[in-house]
Design a protein around this ligand. Structure first.
Ligand SMILES: Cc1cc2nc3c(=O)[nH]c(=O)nc-3n(C[C@H](O)[C@H](O)[C@H](O)COP(=O)(O)OP(=O)(O)OC[C@H]3O[C@@H](n4cnc5c(N)ncnc54)[C@H](O)[C@@H]3O)c2cc1C
Length: 450
């Protein structure tokens, strides 16, 4: 053996022995124990860089905390960017909302959803997802947030007291790494971090029914923006001078899809104009998918991607308004409306929504309606979405709903806070996610100062 081959096999030996595990008594595979490199401790770790996560990280950092943010996709922004959502709802109630709007406007990347709006109850806007990536990155970088992309939080361990998260583990191209902070914020949308450290949570609809469906959005384009204007939700020609919608662009688009021989899984297909000729398209529903069903998520992503492409092709074949209509890109992330609803120190209820509840520790107010998308294909044929008979009044979200019940140093913001199915169908929109994130980031920073 030459000196070179000896060194190579010597270097390989520990790796080989480390890679061998053993069968566990349950018949699974027992992963061998291994030492992970530790990064220097910081004050606040935020898991997930979506609307709630960037707001939490930025506000904690601006309050003086040393903050790390882990995002498993290749961009910050969550469903705004990796999900091509395209629309901001209930979005004028926190400083971070207003800062994001200003930055998007400066980039010429923002439109009013109702261009003739006079006094809409909720402030709703359409934005350009690529510009949103830059806005999120710049806000985090300027605030001093240390953010890692392509880095998933995969495990969490409690400290010896059992009441606090002590360490989280991430996975990236660099392998597994261990990280510590004094406070943690779960902004994964799905409640991954809370589940990893053993917090209780609820999933699903009332009485064991399906949760809200997921959707895969897409960016599409048309060389004839004037011709497809009647089908575009935020086109000025679809509103009268008082800001009232004259005819539903979604219903007209659905009729066109039926004319093209399609039966879309979402019967209110939505086209938002991002800029002249460029649109975000939401035209499908995925029913009965669970947030932790990795194989199901992969299978359904492949299936609905095909639905998007076939839908665009069928419309283009109609010619006329649809001539040249095509998909530019489908989203990286299948958008989940549902989540683990992590048990907090207060759980929002349908009664809170109906009564317009107020709380002494309110972090924001949800002004949006109860928006439950059909949870089955049969339901979608009757109505794509509805309120389930609940008349919402603006209701407050208390900080206690954003604090995990089972762990003391874990905050929650966004989809995964503590609430029942009905309130979640209102507070899940991104204006609320951002406002919760902003408040919770400040609370986490204050906690580490004490
Ligand atoms: C199809 C669809 C249409 C919607 N329509 C609207 C609308 O028009 N307007 C509106 O305002 N809201 C809308 N919503 C609701 C809204 O988009 C979400 O509820 C909102 O994104 C919640 O923000 P979030 O930050 O909690 O979650 P997300 O946007 O999902 O962000 C979570 C982030 O965490 C990351 N992440 C997840 N797990 C991990 C992990 N283990 N480690 C590291 N990172 C992780 C994800 O990659 C993601 O970036 C819609 C939602 C969907 C799905």
């Amino acid at each position: 053996m030459t000196r070179r081959t000896f060194l190579m096999s010597a270097a390989a030996a520990p790796a080989l022995s480390m890679a061998s595990g053993e069968r566990s008594t349950e018949g699974g595979f027992r992963e061998p124990l291994r030492d992970l490199p530790f990064a220097p401790e910081c004050d606040v770790i935020v898991a997930g860089g979506g609307p709630a996560g960037i707001a939490a990280a930025v506000s904690a950092a601006r309050a003086g905390a040393k903050v790390r943010l882990f995002e498993m996709h290749g961009a910050l922004g969550g469903v705004w960017t990796s999900g091509f959502l395209g629309c901001l709802i209930d979005f004028d109630k926190s400083d971070t909302d207003r800062e994001i709007l200003r930055r998007l406007k400066d980039m010429d990347a923002l439109r009013d959803r109702n261009p003739r709006r006079t006094n809409a109850r909720t402030a709703t806007f359409v934005y350009d997802p690529e510009s949103m990536k830059v806005v999120c990155e710049e806000m985090c970088a300027e605030a001093g947030v240390e953010f890692c992309l392509h880095t998933a939080v995969v495990a969490a361990y409690r400290d010896p007291s059992g009441r606090n998260i002590g360490t989280v583990v991430t996975e990236s191209k660099a392998g597994r790494r261990a990280w510590r902070a004094k406070a943690y914020v779960d902004c994964t949308g799905d409640g991954d971090l809370a589940a990893q450290c053993g917090c209780g949570f609820d999933v699903g609809g009332p009485g064991g029914t399906n949760d809200q469906p997921a959707s895969l959005c897409a960016m599409v384009m048309s060389p004839h923006p004037d011709r497809i204007a009647p089908y575009v939700v935020n086109h000025p020609s679809n509103f009268d001078a008082h800001g009232r919608q004259v005819e539903s662009a979604k219903k007209k688009m659905h009729a066109e899809m039926v004319r093209a021989g399609l039966d879309p899984s979402y019967s209110m297909p939505t086209l938002f104009m991002v800029r002249e000729g460029v649109y975000v398209w939401m035209m499908n529903h995925v029913y009965g998918l669970k947030v932790d069903d990795a194989a199901g998520i992969a299978r359904e992503t492949v299936r609905v991607r095909r639905e998007v492409l076939e839908g665009a092709r069928a419309l283009a074949q109609l010619g006329g308004a649809w001539e040249g209509f095509c998909v530019v890109a489908t989203a990286e992330q299948l958008g989940h409306r549902a989540a683990r609803r992590v048990h907090g120190r207060y759980t929002l209820t349908a009664a809170d929504v109906q009564s317009g509840a107020v709380f002494p520790d309110a972090v924001t107010t949800s002004n949006f309606t109860v928006d439950v998308h059909a949870t089955t294909a049969a339901g979608n044929r009757k109505a794509a979405y509805g309120t389930m008979g609940v008349k919402a009044r603006p209701f407050q979200i208390p900080l206690r709903a954003c604090m995990a019940k089972d762990v003391d140093n874990l905050y929650l913001a966004g989809r995964c806070i503590s609430g029942d199915f009905i309130p979640m169908a209102s507070y899940r929109v991104t204006g609320s996610a951002v406002a919760m994130g902003e408040a919770v980031g400040r609370a986490a920073a204050a906690r580490v100062r004490t």
